[in-house]
Design a protein around this ligand. Structure first.
Ligand code: GDP
Length: 427
C-alpha cells in the first residue's frame, strides 16, 4: 500500500480485535521504515507465523521481525517494563536483532505491579472481562495525572516519590475492597531502579522521531491494538478497553498531527468474534459459533480464552468505517469459511420491531437488537492456495463484493491462511 501518496498508514482492528492485524502489519512492515504501536499494553497479542515459527508479540510491534524496520512504542501505550524485557530476551534468543531497532517513548506511562494487583482484585475488571494485566489501572493513573512515565526513570528521586504515592493509594483501595494483599513501595522502586539502566537506552522523544522519519520521506506504519468496538469512546462502553483504539488515537498515541496520516486500513475478519463480556449482536452460541471457533482457532493468543463467534456484522463494520475514516479494508480468515454451505451476513438491526439506521449508544439496547441476515451461498472449496483475486471461487468473490458494498470501503487485502504468503493484494 505504501507509495508516493501513502507514506503514513494507520492499521486498525475494525471489529472487536483479534482480526489478524499481526499478519497484515507483518506483511506491510516489509516496506516500512518505522512501525509504531500507539495504544494499549501487554494485554494485546499479535500472532505472526513465519519461516522461523510462530511469534507472539505483546508490546513490541510486529515490524521487529523485519531487520530493516525500526519499531516504536508510542506515548499512547502503557508499558510493562518487566514483561517488555521478557519479550526482548525471547526475541533475542530466537535470533531477532534488537540493537538500535526499538525506541520507547519517554512520555509512555508505566504499568507497575500495583496496577496488576488492583486489576486482579477488582470486581469491575471481572465484570468487563479484562485480562488483569494492570492496563486499566495504569490508564486510570495516567488520566488521574498521577502516573509514572518512562522518562521519569531518568530521575530516581521523582520515581521513588511517584511510586510511594501510587502504592499508598493502591493499598488504601485494596483495604477498601476487602483484599488483604498489599504492595511495597520500596520493592517496586528497587525493581525500577534496577531496570532503568536497561530501559533508558531505548528511550527517546518518539513523536519527534516519527515526524523526522516522515520529513525524510520515510514510510511509517501506525499499528493499533484491539479493535474499534473496544475503543473507550466509540466501543460498546463500558465493555471496552481503556484507550483510543480507533484511528484518531493513532495521532495522539504516536505523537504526530492528524494531517500527517495518509490512509487508514481497517482489518476485518470474514466473520465476527469477541473476547470478554458485552454485546455481540451476531453471536452464535450454538453449533455455528462452535464451528467457527474450531475452524478459526478462535482462542486468545495471550490468555487462551475461547472467543465468542458469529457471522459477519456489516452494521459494525460500516460504523467502524465511519469512526475510523477507513480508506481501505483487509478481510482476513476467508479460508475459515471454505467448508460452509451457506453464509449469513448481518445487514441491519431491528429493536422492538423498528429498523435501526445505526448502532445504539447504549449497551442495554445493543444487547437487545435483532440482527437481520441475508444468506449467501458458500463456495465449498479451498482458498488457501489463492494468490490473486481471480484465483478465488466465484462465490467467494461474491461474498467479498457484498462485504465491500455493505461496509462502504474498498477491500485491499484478503487473508486466506496463517502463512505470510497467504495474503492477496487487490490492485
Ligand atoms: P491480532 O491481534 O489482530 O493480530 O489477531 P491474533 O493474532 O490474535 O489472531 C489472529 C490469528 O489468526 C493468528 O493465529 C493468525 O495466524 C491467524 N490469521 C491471520 N490471518 C489469517 C487468515 O487469513 N487465515 C487464517 N486461517 N488465519 C489467519
Amino acid at each position: 500500500m505504501f507509495g508516493p501518496d501513502i507514506r503514513c498508514l494507520v492499521v486498525v482492528g475494525a471489529q472487536w480485535g483479534d482480526e489478524g492485524k499481526g499478519k497484515v502489519v507483518d506483511s506491510l512492515a516489509e516496506h516500512a521504515d518505522l512501525v509504531v504501536r500507539y495504544q494499549g499494553g501487554a494485554n494485546a497479542g499479535h500472532t505472526v507465523d513465519t519461516d522461523q515459527g510462530e511469534f507472539i508479540l505483546q508490546q513490541i510491534p510486529s515490524g521487529i521481525l523485519h531487520p530493516r524496520c525500526r519499531c516504536v512504542i508510542g506515548n499512547g501505550v502503557v508499558v510493562d517494563p518487566e514483561t517488555l524485557f521478557q519479550e526482548i530476551d525471547k526475541l533475542a534468543a530466537r535470533g531477532v536483532p534488537m540493537e538500535g531497532r526499538l525506541v520507547v517513548s519517554d512520555r509512555a506511562h508505566l504499568v507497575l505491579p500495583y496496577h496488576k494487583v488492583l486489576d486482579k482484585s477488582s470486581e469491575r475488571s471481572k465484570k468487563i472481562g479484562t485480562t488483569s494485566r494492570g492496563i486499566g489501572p495504569a490508564y486510570e493513573d495516567k488520566y488521574g495525572r498521577r502516573g509514572v512515565r518512562v522518562g521519569d526513570l531518568r530521575h530516581p528521586d521523582l520515581t521513588a516519590k511517584l511510586v510511594a504515592a501510587g502504592v499508598e493509594r493502591a493499598n488504601a483501595m485494596l483495604g477498601l475492597s476487602g483484599s488483604t494483599e498489599r504492595c511495597d513501595a520500596a520493592e517496586i522502586t528497587a525493581m525500577l531502579v534496577s531496570l532503568a539502566p536497561r530501559l533508558l537506552p531505548f528511550v527517546a522523544d518518539a513523536g519527534r522521531l516519527v515526524a523526522e522519519a516522515l520529513k525524510q520521506d520515510g514510510r511509517v506504519l501506525l499499528e493499533g491494538a484491539q479493535g474499534a468496538m473496544l475503543d473507550v469512546d466509540h466501543g460498546t462502553y463500558p465493555f471496552v478497553t481503556s484507550s483510543s483504539t480507533t484511528a484518531g488515537g493513532a495521532s495522539t498515541g504516536a505523537g504526530i498531527g492528524p494531517t500527517m496520516i495518509d490512509a487508514v486500513l481497517g482489518i476485518v475478519k470474514a466473520y465476527t468474534t469477541r473476547v470478554g463480556n458485552g454485546p455481540l449482536p451476531t453471536e452464535s452460541t450454538g453449533p455455528d459459533g462452535e464451528r467457527l471457533r474450531e475452524l478459526g482457532g478462535e482462542f486468545g493468543a495471550v490468555t487462551g480464552r475461547p472467543r465468542r463467534c458469529g457471522w459477519f456484522d456489516a452494521m459494525v463494520v460500516r460504523y467502524s468505517v465511519r469512526v475510523n475514516g477507513l480508506t481501505h479494508l483487509a478481510v482476513t480468515k476467508l479460508d475459515v469459511l471454505d467448508t460452509h454451505e451457506e453464509l449469513p451476513i448481518c445487514t441491519g438491526y431491528t429493536l422492538d420491531g423498528d429498523v435501526l439506521d445505526g448502532l445504539p449508544d447504549n449497551v442495554k439496547e445493543l444487547e437487545r437488537v435483532k440482527a437481520v441476515y441475508e444468506t449467501l451461498p458458500g463456495w465449498r472449496a479451498s482458498t488457501g492456495g489463492a494468490r490473486r483475486l481471480a484465483d478465488l471461487p466465484a462465490n467467494a468473490r461474491r461474498y467479498l463484493d457484498r462485504l465491500e458494498r455493505e461496509a462502504g470501503a474498498p477491500i485491499r487485502y484478503i487473508g486466506v491462511g496463517t502463512k505470510r504468503e497467504q495474503l492477496i493484494e487487490v490492485s
